[in-house]
Design a protein around this ligand. Sequence first.
Ligand code: CMP
Length: 136
Amino acid sequence: MLTLAIIKPDAVASRKAGKVLAHLEGAGFAIRGARMVRLSLAQAEAFYAVHRERPFFRPLVAFMTSGPCIPLALERADAVAYLRTVIGATDPKEAAPGTVRALYAESKERNAIHASDSEENGRREVGFFFAEADLQ
Ligand code: CMP
């Protein structure tokens, strides 16, 4: 099963991308797709469309377009649920010790990594960044 992770602009800017990637591989994920992209405003708005009415939508879009990020298509048994466990809670202050966000996130807004929250969203989000032919 595949899921989508995004190493967010804060982690790329602070040169933690390699550590995050090593953490994911160490947790048993195989990298099937990887890119570095700088999201356009329209892309970020489309990716986070489900949050359009939330108060954090504009700051979220501003942050996600502020610099390059690294979308990853990751494969593992139970990939969607397992990745959510590995990255920890949205707010690093609430994230379990040893999770990616506890280790590398700056704040709830600048929280180092995104992960799909359901199998359906995983398929949609992998498709947002990767064509079938891009997946190894
Ligand atoms: P992510 O899981 O990538 O998807 C939505 C993002 O919105 C979330 O990570 C956070 O980085 C960001 N965000 C900012 N403020 C909030 C908030 N109050 N509640 C949930 N998500 C928030």
